[in-house]
Design a protein around this ligand. Structure first.
Ligand code: PPE
Length: 305
């Protein structure tokens, strides 16, 4: 990541290097905090757009609701603060990271009066899984770490502590030479990547995991709509790893990962070993949409200037 200039902390823009917290910040010890990941794109006409900002802000508040944290701002105030942060960093394109955390106060597992604080950072972030990965596809491996049980980690919420599971999985597979991890759910079905939802294609039908143990991804939702609008049949259904092994195509979706083709799973080539036609179509439409070229989804774009 590239360092930015300013970070918004509870209404004040602080110099990047001075954006610090107390060491007894509760979230730092126990992991109860919530965050978002949002992208801003530069359009051909020189204007900047935030992709599906209201939906991201809504999920931020939903995550906080699940985590029983009360964000001391309105969604509108958060939206404005995000725009302010982008401008303070002179960012026409980049990644935005709002974080709500429990500040210092009491320690222990009953943080009754610790204030909820909010910070928003933004920086330039290129292709999450590499430019090459975005174009040619990546090699993935199913991790030995299983996704949170639905009654253990609250997987619909972007809770800070949930990501320990993702880091364990990612480190495990990267150490074995793969680009990204897939986690299975506690019943043994495919759930999602360390920070992405997953889709597979078989005989022209697109399949993604239902919203049981996975995050309700905004990119996932966008792909579902793009598929439906373009006559691609889509089912939300659990699938096994061997079904994925024999898929014609597969890809990950995420704000950071965008639409990243998967060309290998557990040393089995997926389809031809190259991004397939459905993946390419969806990826092309997606990038046209986020860059303001495809006006059919203009309602997804939040122009900031
Ligand atoms: N599942 C998980 C577990 C997840 O973290 C993400 C986003 C998704 C699915 C896709 O959701 P969406 O971005 O709304 O399409 N992961 C974020 C964090 C990445 C990071 O390394 O940090 C992201 O893509 O911003």
């Amino acid at each position: 990541m590239e360092k930015g200039k300013k970070i918004w902390m509870d209404g004040i823009l602080i110099d990047w290097d001075d954006a610090r917290v107390h060491i007894l910040t509760h979230t730092l010890h126990y992991g109860l905090g919530v965050f978002e990941g949002i992208r801003c794109y530069l359009c051909e006409d020189g204007r900047s757009v935030i992709f599906r900002l209201p939906e991201h802000t809504e999920r931020f508040f939903k995550s906080a609701h699940i985590a029983q944290m009360e964000i001391p701002y309105t969604p509108e105030e958060i939206n404005n603060a995000i725009v302010e942060t982008l401008k303070a960093n002179d960012l026409k394109e980049g990644y935005i990271r709002p974080l709500a955390y429990l500040a210092e106060g009491s320690m222990g597992l009953y943080p009754k009066n610790n204030p909820v604080r909010v910070a928003i950072a933004a920086w330039h972030w290129g292709a999450y899984l590499g430019e090459e990965g975005l174009k040619k596809g990546i090699r993935v491996k199913i991790s030995s770490f299983v996704r949170h049980h639905v009654n253990s980690g609250m997987t619909k919420a972007k809770i800070v502590g949930n990501y320990v599971n993702s880091i364990l999985a990612k480190r495990e597979v990267v150490a074995s030479g793969y680009d990204e991890a897939i986690l299975l759910d506690t019943d043994g079905y495919v759930s999602e990547g360390s920070g992405e939802n997953i889709f597979m294609v078989r005989d022209g039908v697109l399949k993604t995991t239902p919203l049981t143990s996975v995050l309700d991804g905004i990119t996932r939702d966008s792909v579902i709509r793009i598929a439906k609008d373009n006559g691609i049949r889509l089912v939300e259904e659990r699938f096994t790893r061997d079904e994925l092994y024999s898929a014609d195509e597969a890809f990950f979706t995420g704000t950071a990962a965008e639409i990243t083709p998967i060309v290998e799973v557990d040393n089995r080539t997926i389809g031809t070993g190259k991004p397939g036609p459905v993946t390419n179509t969806i990826q092309e439409i997606f990038f046209d949409v986020v860059k303001g070229k495809n006006k059919d989804y203009i309602d997804w774009l939040y122009y900031i200037d």
